[in-house]
Design a protein around this ligand. Sequence first.
Ligand SMILES: Nc1ncnc2c1ncn2[C@@H]1O[C@H](COP(=O)(O)OP(=O)(O)O)[C@@H](O)[C@H]1O
Ligand SMILES: [Mg+2]
Length: 317
Amino acid sequence: MRPPFDHELHLDPGEVINGRYAAIRRIARGGMGEVWAVRHCALNEDFAMKMLAPVYGIGEDTLSRFELEARVGASLGNKSHYIVPVIDHGAHHGRPYLVMPLIHGPSLEEKLSKGPIPVVMAARVVRHVGRALTAAHHDGVLHRDLKPGNVLLVQEDERWFAKVTDFGIAKLGRGALISQHHSTVAGTLIGTPVNMSPEQANGEEVDEHCDIWALACLAYRCVVGTDPFHGRTALEILSKVCASAYEPPTTVDVGLPPALDALFARAFARDIPDRFHNAKSFADAFTLACGDESISSPPEVRNTPASMAPPEDLHPE
Ligand SMILES: Nc1ncnc2c1ncn2[C@@H]1O[C@H](COP(=O)(O)OP(=O)(O)O)[C@@H](O)[C@H]1O
Ligand SMILES: [Mg+2]
């Protein structure tokens, strides 16, 4: 039996969580939880902790979804260098939390809020995120909310990596390697409108193509600086998504490589058979369209998922 959820609980700096971690400062407040920098009391090391927000309408459904996020993060984080790992999970006054390494780099959203990034860097970000998706899809996991706010830029020694986080609305496909006690009600709109594929927007059953579509939205945002499908309301955005109405990159910025126009025409094709069918093929085609020959994919060992390939430095600056 879980202890009752404390709706009124607000964390304060210095507060000890579950007898193990001391709260340092709140980093972010999002749709589902708050992210805090915390210190492990025994180890004296700092970590990031995501905890369900007190305002969030808590139910069995939300709790099992959070537990799924923890299990997916732990399992995939062990397998791919491009996924932020979950390393601990527990509850404080009935509020579940998960613990991750504390990342000091900005999110891709913060980076892109200053404008588009050079195509060479964009190609690297997209390839790193593509590898994270390849690892998730290999294990039967769909992210379903891939966006720049869920990609963190991480510095390790002198090297930079893009890492995917927030498997908060992940879904397990058939044959997934992780078990799930929770399932999404059919027809529920899940995800973020600007990154949603037509089939996601229509509430249809989704597969890997929804993440590949979101990866293409992220790639477009990196090089163009705006979302491909934008508008004032969710309805306006989703009707553009369903009509595949976006501006080809070179009509926004004539300096961009012309090959990007054909690439996005395929990535944003209305019908699934006309699109890319895995994250790696999109990331490779994007790299090629960006004209980045210096970072051709490292040789892959047969039968080894692309996600397992050696880490590749990002060099974002
Ligand atoms: N491991 C981490 N280290 C540092 N900051 C993080 C970490 N994880 C998340 N954050 C920050 O918190 C924000 C929200 O985290 P996220 O997992 O996306 O939660 P939400 O479900 O609220 O969107 C991120 O955009 C990032 O700024
Ligand atoms: Mg998020």
